[in-house]
Design a protein around this ligand. Structure first.
Ligand code: GLA
Length: 399
């Protein structure tokens, strides 16, 4: 994703490289060989934004970009973590792990997983871990969920813990919510852990029911262009938390457990009961977005991949006008890609920057990428990153 690429064909670094970097880091920092290597991918969300914490529907897929953890157990109850992001390893013990917020920076995602496992009553093995990643940080591709999930996979196996993978997303989400302090939903960790190659993950965030929806872009002659908007994240954390609060207050005002319970057919009546225009817009986004996810799933089940385009574009308009989470770079990328012939384009992820997804004919991906790059140059924005991506598999042991 990095570099001012004007072409859509920049391939992601092969997974072998990132695994080799994790192993080399392990050998260099700790000496000896890791007991194993565990990987977890980044993700994009095809559709269903800010619906997860409203107990609604999402449709993300895992990316071929991965974070790899090379790890080995140690005899004492301590955790040493080295990452490519930093020269010095971070070491912590039970005191720091049991006190949310004590470990900070990237290592908080690791300490958070140890905390969440211990809080759930598991005996977590002490370990040495070395982390390398091809998931860019700060691009909205869930580099944090990738670290959490790869570390979780490693610790579960090193400790022989009785913890089926279906329960990992909730645990990793607790690490992020309660240890790191980010009030995110369950989507990212679910995509990263439960994603399957060639499929999008249809997730009901109320009960975590999952259905793998075939999403075969190649067979349809299509490609998904992932455009890194390169927009600096402006107040993204505070804005995310305030959107979440508005939705929860609106649900209370409407007397429902969550906005998921407002049927799109009853939307107008629900909106009339709300106190102000801003709240009405927030609710309209969430309720219509849930319906767009269901409509997208129905089209994909019918094999009509190209036809999901208008739903993607409508989702973007809803995020821009009603949920108000887009920024000029993102809107520019969307408009330029649509004008260059994309079937549907939308921002993906929490908002205020991050990536844009464009559904395009496979043989027009380069032209669409070039059109976005030109539009950026005209407005004086830093060049976007562009890459095409197919749905990949979720967290797993490598060897
Ligand atoms: C971020 C959060 C997710 C989800 C999206 C918006 O990625 O981590 O839980 O809320 O924003 O859909």
């Amino acid at each position: 994703m990095n570099g001012p690429a004007a072409t859509a064909t920049t391939p992601p670094a092969p997974a072998g490289d990132v695994a080799a970097r994790a192993t080399a880091g392990f050998r260099q920092r700790y000496g000896g060989e890791p007991a194993g290597r565990w990987a977890a991918p980044g993700r994009v969300n095809l559709i269903g934004e800010h619906t997860d914490y409203n107990e609604g529907f999402v449709l993300p897929f895992a990316l071929p970009l991965r974070t790899v953890v090379a790890a080995a157990a140690r005899d004492d109850e301590r955790w040493t973590v080295w990452s490519e992001l930093d020269d010095d390893p971070v070491e912590f013990g039970p005191d720091e792990a049991d006190a949310p917020g004590r470990v900070t920076g990237w290592a908080a995602y690791v300490a958070g997983v140890v905390w969440a496992l211990r809080a759930a009553g598991h005996t977590v093995p002490g370990a040495r871990l070395a982390i390398a990643s091809d998931v860019p940080v700060g691009s909205g591709l869930s580099s944090s969920a990738a670290i959490e999930s790869a570390v979780l996979a490693a610790l579960v196996e090193l400790g022989g813990l009785d913890l089926p993978a279906e329960r990992w997303p909730r645990l990793a989400q607790r690490a992020e919510n309660e240890y790191v302090g980010a009030p995110t939903g369950i989507m990212d960790q679910s995509a990263v852990i439960r994603g399957r190659a060639g499929h999008a993950l249809f997730l009901d965030c109320r009960n975590e029911h999952v259905e793998q929806i075939p999403f075969d872009l190649d067979a349809a002659g299509l490609a998904m262009l992932v455009i890194d908007s390169r927009a600096p994240h402006r107040h993204a954390d505070g804005e995310y938390a305030s959107r979440r609060r508005s939705c929860e207050e609106a649900a209370r005002a409407l007397g429902v457990a969550a906005l998921r319970d407002v049927d799109v057919a009853d939307l107008d009546a629900a909106l009339e009961k709300l106190p102000d225009d801003e709240t009405r817009r927030r609710v309209r986004h969430v309720v219509t977005e849930d319906q767009r996810v269901l409509d997208t799933v129905a089209l994909l089940r019918a094999g009509r991949v190209r036809d999901i385009g208008p739903l993607l574009t409508a989702s973007h308009a809803s995020m821009r006008d009603d949920f108000e989470i887009t920024v000029p770079e993102v809107d520019t990328a969307v408009e330029a890609a649509l004008a260059a012939g994309a079937y549907g384009v939308r921002m993906t992820g929490g908002g205020f920057g991050g990536c844009v997804l464009a559904l395009v004919d496979a043989d027009s991906a380069d032209a669409v990428a070039a059109a976005v790059t030109t539009a950026y140059a005209e407005r004086g924005f830093a060049a976007p990153g562009t890459v095409t991506a197919l749905p990949a598999g979720g967290a797993a042991r490598l060897d």
